[in-house]
Design a protein around this ligand. Structure first.
Ligand code: SF4
Length: 214
């Protein structure tokens, strides 16, 4: 896919911007990242993981203390509930370890397909195509989908690429969404995908034709 190749040139290191040292930390950090920036989550997680380093300690966390630690990430009461429930789920059903199967991950409180796919692709190096708000927006702008439903978009994007490419593709689309293709003010004049983007805001004469952008 041309878009995948161009993004790989633009962002040679496909990185997840949530600080973590193991699958448990990534899972917890991704739950906290809902409606919150990764930078804010990264300010909170050192204290969180110092106090609750594993599923056993997090499952037994006093809710009020946990809420105080994660308060600045927003929606802290429901996130605290999900973190404790997630940790209890790990203990009760997965021997305290983070499962690798998406069907298992999505049974944990606070874990949807996006979070499950982040954990699969980033922590375990397994196929997973997280579709967040950036992936949805850019996929539409780039003409890769006309759909709004994240699950359907995940399936559609997955058909363009081999499973081994899904995770990095998602990470790079997210980086491009954050750094260039902003929701309100896309920087089309510096965008490496501009020449093939049907949503470019530059005059058409700047665009080169490409036969098959996907
Ligand atoms: S050309 Fe503009 S709208 Fe298209 S991907 Fe680039 S920044 Fe986004």
């Amino acid at each position: 896919m041309a878009i995948d190749r161009l993004l790989a040139d633009e962002y040679p290191e496909a990185i997840c911007e949530l600080d973590h040292r193991n699958p448990f930390e990534l899972l917890a950090a991704t739950i906290l990242s809902a409606q919150c920036t990764d930078a804010r989550v990264n300010m909170v997680t050192p204290a969180l993981f110092a106090r609750f380093p594993d599923a056993a300690s997090l499952a037994a966390a006093p809710p009020g203390e946990l809420e105080d630690i994660i308060r600045s990430t927003g929606f802290y009461q429901s996130k605290a509930k999900n973190l404790i429930g997630m940790a209890q789920g790990l203990l009760d059903r997965f021997g305290g370890e983070v499962p690798t199967a998406l069907d298992d991950l999505v049974t944990l409180p606070g874990v949807g397909r996006k979070t499950g796919n982040v954990v699969r692709s980033v922590a375990f190096g397994l196929p997973g195509l997280p579709v967040d708000t950036h992936v949805l927006r850019l996929s539409k702008r780039l003409g890769l989908t006309t759909l709004d439903d994240a699950v359907k978009v995940e399936a559609e994007l997955g058909r363009y690429l081999p499973p081994s490419r899904w995770g990095e593709f998602s990470l790079r689309i997210i980086l491009h969404g954050r750094r260039v293709c902003d929701a309100r003010k896309p920087a089309c004049d510096v965008c490496a995908l501009e020449f093939l983007c049907p949503s470019s805001q530059l005059p058409r004469k700047h665009q080169r034709k490409i036969k098959n952008p996907t």
